[in-house]
Design a protein around this ligand. Sequence first.
Ligand code: FAD
Length: 289
Amino acid sequence: MGGSQADTALSTLSFEFFPPKTPAGMSKLLDTASRLADLKPAYFSVTFGAGGSTRERTLDTVLTLMQETGIEVAPHLSCIGATTDGLREILRRYQDAGIRRLVALRGDLPSGMGDPGALRYARDLVRFIRSETGNHFHIEVAAYPEIHPQAQNARDDLANLCDKVRAGADGAITQYFYNLDAYTQLIAEVRASELDVPVTPGIMPILNHAQLARFSDSCGAEIPRWIRKRLEGLESDEQALRAFGHQVVTDLCRRLLTHGAPGLHFYTLNQAEPTLHICRELQSLTIAN
Ligand code: FAD
């Protein structure tokens, strides 16, 4: 690790979107993407509903963003509930569309859907993608600084990440977190396992306390008590809550970059302003230093 303030300017940015459900949502997303494009991200990514629920919308959104912004776009792909024929078909369509980057996940089985499908874990999906398409795709996988909620223990979760890399992943993007130490510990453990892939922190801007608390409960990300308590106290003042959230997340990003994070991957929630605000402030800190 190591690094300096100057790393902020050099870092690789990527921005994650979800596929909109309506034409109005798509036009709002294009506006968001064109504003974020000013930050010259390495790529955008578009989520995929586990079980294939957004299969067509993910592809349409990827193609529209590529066409309208000229920026590389990485579809997410999850294997839970999928058949190998179905996955093969999606990979073929992605290849035909000129897509070169994927985020490969297991996903979570939607409630009421009993069949986990042909491939049980993301590691199996990475292996499948490599066996079907060789080195065509750059593959990112998910990593969990605060441990995936279904992992038996931290050691098994780390072993799973290492397995995904050995199966052919080129890098990992983390679940969001607000504890810097959880990230630096994960990086130390990955390096001790002699794996040299970039592990990019996933960044969730803080915009709304109830929504963040709900997300965090379901994905196992911790909101530290000092942040939670302040957010609770600011619930009736949206402007003050957003200002506090901005300060917390910008400071986390600054410290991550100082600790040598290879880039920042923003969970944008299809909104430009919170992410732009954080990135502009990081840039101004760099210039000031
Ligand atoms: P895996 O790496 O397969 O791990 C899942 C669990 O299984 C872990 O607890 C792991 O420790 C355990 N495990 C692995 N192998 C074994 C084994 N052999 N035996 C026992 N246990 C094992 N979800 C979506 O639906 N769509 C998206 O677009 C999406 N994008 C995401 C992007 C990022 C950057 C991140 C961090 C998450 C994303 N998710 C998405 C959420 C993700 O699908 C869930 O977190 C899911 O629960 C796990 O997916 P995974 O790829 O990490 O699974």
